[in-house]
Design a protein around this ligand. Structure first.
Ligand code: MG
Length: 404
């Protein structure tokens, strides 16, 4: 054993002696990439309206989206680098976010970060926090643009900045809008034909209707890798207990059965299926609280709900420390915010990664050459520094506000 220990030490010393000369090379690349301090010179804000693919998407509680009101941020530095951020909610009736609200909040936030270095996003976020409490969805647009600039300033992709690129092809789930059991089963078959192996079905109606929806979908999803039934918090506690009890034996996940984590924790005591929480998690503190309450096995992280890349990378890393699975997405938006989702997904280790989703694929309009590229149930990570996408400004419409 002693000789093995000495051998290990020798191998470590050898490895260090081999890699040590590389360190200055890497650092010189880093320093070359950074060149000099980067400063934010100007922030332009665009409003973009997206149309839902298929005309509409329905979730529980009668919430329907036909259009999405997106806020896009373009940050330019004094040396001419440009970074992009986006915030967009599926519908103001779904989450605490509103397009006009985001643009009004950015009216306060943007002037406060002019002159700051976007490659130090923690300081930018702290500045936004000191300028305005809450309104995290609005902060997300500026924060994502700063991470895009950070990557461009050091010639590194966002996924590498977030810890390393574990995958360039991201398994995506197929989104199945809430409808009649028959219609949902037909929709599942359409997505199966496209090559999808993971599915998220919207439920959240009454007990009998939802049981019918689950059984109709599972009849055609026998070969699926992962099937999630998402009630979007619309079940009452007692109905949710009846539903999970009736579904015991099915290989499914249950997502956000009830509105609060406390209700969901009580339901989970009666369930054999893994639970994912989504809407009731707004901060890392919420994740800790839900974990201590045994309310979930996995977390659905939505970038803008946490306030952007800066807070969500901490939430992501906390979840991994707690052994929780991770689905990664946002509630709405197009190519820019979807590129951010792709990088966060790509940098999450396989052991913890449950699902990705390209929210931008739910809207008709494309604004970059990458265009949320996906095929056969896999989303493709954009290549290049930062977000790795080239936004076509001609497709954004007029600038609605500019700060310098
Ligand atoms: Mg959900």
């Amino acid at each position: 054993m002693a000789s093995i220990g000495r051998l290990s030490v020798k191998l470590l010393l050898l490895a260090h002696s081999l890699t040590y000369p590389l360190t200055p090379i890497f650092m010189s690349h880093y320093i070359r990439g950074r060149g000099r301090k980067v400063k934010i010179k100007k922030i332009d804000v665009f409003q973009k309206t997206y149309s839902m693919v298929g005309g509409k998407f329905v979730i529980s509680g009668g919430k329907v989206a036909t259009k999405q009101d997106s806020t896009i941020v373009r940050i330019e530095t004094e040396d001419g680098l440009v970074g992009w951020g986006e915030q967009c909610v599926f519908s103001p009736s779904y989450l605490v976010a509103h397009g006009e609200g985001a643009r009004a909040a950015i009216g306060l936030l943007a002037p406060s970060v002019i002159g700051m270095d976007p490659a130090i996003p923690e300081l930018i976020f702290a500045q936004m926090e000191s300028t305005m409490k809450g309104h995290y969805y609005a902060k997300a647009a500026i924060d994502i643009a700063c991470w895009d600039l950070f990557g461009k300033s050091v010639a590194m992709s966002l996924s590498d900045l977030l810890g390393g690129t574990h995958r360039k092809e991201i398994p995506l789930y197929a989104p199945i809008s809430m409808g009649s059991p028959e219609k949902m089963a037909v929709n599942c078959e359409k997505w199966i034909a496209k090559g999808y192996k993971r599915f998220q079905m919207k439920v959240g109606g009454d007990f009998l209707s939802d049981l019918s929806r689950v059984h109709a979908c599972m009849q055609v999803l026998g070969d699926a890798e992962k099937t999630i039934f998402d009630a979007n918090g619309n079940w009452s506690q007692h109905e949710a207990i009846r539903i999970v009890t009736a579904l015991q034996g099915l290989d499914i996940y249950i997502e956000q059965p009830c509105a609060s984590m406390e209700e969901s924790a009580r339901v989970r005591r009666h369930a054999l299926q893994p639970f994912i929480l989504d809407e009731s998690l707004l901060t890392s503190q919420d994740i800790l609280k839900a974990h201590e309450s045994d309310a979930m096995d996995a977390v659905m992280l939505k970038i803008s709900r946490f306030g952007g890349i800066t807070p969500i990378r901490k939430a992501r890393d906390l979840c991994m420390q707690l052994g929780l699975g991770l689905s990664i997405e946002d509630s709405g938006g197009g190519d820019i915010v979807t590129a951010a989702m792709a990088h966060l997904s790509a940098s999450t280790p396989e052991k913890y990664f449950v699902n990705g989703f390209f929210t931008g694929s739910m809207v008709e309009e494309r604004i970059s050459e990458w265009g949320c590229r996906n095929s056969g149930g896999l989303g493709y990570l954009p290549e290049g520094p930062g977000l790795g996408i080239a936004v076509n400004e001609n497709l954004l419409g007029p600038i609605v506000a500019s700060y310098s």
